[in-house]
Ligand binder design. Structure first.
Ligand code: ADP
Length: 508
């Protein structure tokens, strides 16, 4: 009994029942929401009701309307309205759903907002990606443009170096050398970051002599540390294999960046480089590389930030670097599935270290590969006959400098071609020992010319060694050169000795 009363109280609280005749005159109303006078016409109360008479004649008996805004007698409700045809008239049921519709609306609105937000985030990401792409393209083109002039400067410095000079001139040249090599390092750093960002840097897995690598570091940094009045110590565990498979160049980049910093940011004491043995399994070994200094140290709160691009703890003039060194170290190690670790205390010094796994071959294999390398170099040194080389290059300065590098050694006779079309003619009419070819030639590119030569029907022409020279250091480009049939590719700016070595190696 009680429950029924309560039920009614709640069930009908927000619902009004109105009974009317076929003219819309109110016969009965429970007045729960609106006060509607008995005998008044409902059609005049609100524009919504004006549409009702049209339904009165319909054969349908039930009509439902949703989300109707009704406002009269100072009351405003958002309602659902039902009209029911009865034997003796029409029943109108108005249900107040203001709360429901309001909350529904706010949910819809917030849902719309979150949809918009998601779209904005997507757009923002696209923008970031586009900016990243632009940056990479810019770095790529920019460094590409820098390589040619830098190569010329390096070569001309070498040429000048071999001439008679006053002490003052020679000092100036030293300064030029130093600036140029800094410029070159910056170019390499910027390129590396660009390539890592673009996902274009591939890690090599080639056999190299780790012991020799270690000795090179010993040699280089004993001298560098001494120059600053620092001691250099190093250690090598006898259990470490002499030859390992890995990316020597990237390891070199990582270790020299750390060692350069250790020397740069220490005023007294010592810098040490250790390769420690972690463990050996089957034919793989895990090693720890560690660089320790007794320098200015890095405060705890900066120990993360120093790995970001262009972050410097000291003022510009205190630091000579590009601010990219540690960023490169971190990113390269990530690519090699390792992680740079740091322990440091201000005024005491820093320890940077990382672990890396290497596969290593049986000792007999490694000895063989070293032997074969040595033979190639010996052959060049002993050579007496003059080799005939065709130089294909369109840039006059590069032509000139390459010419001089080659002529200085007295081992070569050189012909020059500055256009792709001329190359084929020269190749057919002369018996060249080697072709040195700029890859980025206008009109017919070095890659196209190489393919044409490799397709020649005559053995002596089709097999001539071709060394590409390119300013584009991207692996894709290098792969394309090799796929076209080049025997090797040299990247600008190159060092004189390196270029000569490669040429000697490839001579038939
Ligand atoms: P930079 O070219 O400025 O040396 P890095 O990325 O190599 O750029 O290093 C970033 C910053 O980290 C340096 O400017 C320096 O403040 C700090 N740093 C790096 N190595 C050391 C170190 N061994 N001792 C103290 N500070 C260091």
């Amino acid at each position: 009994m009680m429950l029924k009363q309560y039920q009614e109280e709640f069930a009908n609280k927000n619902r009004q029942f109105i009974f009317m005749n076929a003219e819309g005159v109110v016969i009965e109303s429970d007045q729960r929401l609106f006060d509607i006078p008995i005998s008044s016409s409902i059609l005049e109360l609100h524009p919504f009701f004006e549409s009702l008479p049209a339904l009165f004649d319909s054969t349908e008996e039930e009509f439902d309307f949703f989300c109707i805004h009704l406002a009269f007698n100072e009351n405003t409700f958002i309602t659902d309205v039902k009209l029911r045809k009865k034997m003796d008239g029409f029943l109108l049921i108005i249900t107040d759903l203001t709360e429901h519709y309001d909350s529904y609306q706010s949910v819809t609105q917030s849902r719309n907002e979150s949809v918009i937000k998601t779209e904005l985030t997507v757009l923002k990401n696209l923008e970031l990606q586009e900016r990243e792409r632009f940056k990479n393209r810019f770095i790529h083109n920019f460094s590409h443009e820098l390589r040619n002039p830098l190569t010329s400067i390096m070569a001309i410095i070498d040429i000048l170096d071999a001439t008679e000079m006053t002490t003052e001139q020679s000092k100036m040249l030293d300064f030029l050398k130093e600036s140029n090599s800094n410029l070159r390092l910056m170019l390499e750093d910027t390129l590396s970051i660009g390539m890592i960002d673009a996902g274009k840097l591939e890690i090599q897995h080639k056999l190299f002599n780790l012991r020799k690598f270690f000795e090179l570091m010993q040699f280089t940094y004993t001298a560098k540390a001494k120059k600053k009045g620092l001691k250099f110590v190093s250690s090598w565990d006898y259990r470490i294999p002499e030859f390992v498979e890995g990316d020597r160049l990237r390891l070199f980049q990582i270790v020299t960046n750390l060692l350069d910093n250790a020397v740069e940011y220490s005023e007294q004491g010592k810098v040490s480089f250790e390769i420690q043995f972690n463990q050996k399994r089957a034919n793989a070994t895990s090693l720890r590389f560690q660089v320790t200094d007794t320098g200015i140290g890095i405060p705890e709160e900066s120990q993360e930030a120093i790995f970001e691009s262009f972050h410097r703890e000291q003022s510009e003039d205190r630091s000579k670097g590009t601010g990219l060194g540690l960023t490169i170290v971190k990113r390269l190690l990530e690519l090699m599935n390792s992680k740079i670790q740091l322990k440091s205390e201000p005024d005491k010094g820093s320890v940077f270290y990382f672990d890396m796994s290497f596969k290593y071959p049986l000792p007999s294999e490694s000895r063989w590969s070293e032997h074969s390398n040595k033979k190639a170099v010996d052959k060049g040194v002993k050579a007496r006959k003059k080799y005939k080389i065709l130089l294909v290059e369109d840039d006059e300065y590069v032509q000139l400098t390459l010419f001089k590098i080659l002529l200085n050694t007295d081992n070569f006779q050189i012909d020059l071609a500055y256009d792709g079309a001329l190359v084929l003619q020269e190749v057919v009419n002369n018996d060249y020992d080697l072709i040195l070819m700029d890859v980025d030639l206008p009109n017919l590119t070095g890659i196209q010319i190489t393919k044409l030569i490799r397709d020649f029907p005559f053995k002596n022409i089709k097999n001539v060694p071709i060394i590409g020279i390119t300013a584009n250091a991207y692996q894709e480009n290098l792969d394309m050169c090799i796929a076209a049939g080049m025997n090797d590719v040299v990247i600008k700016p190159y060092e004189k000795e390196k270029l000569l070595n490669i040429i000697l190696k490839k001579l038939k």
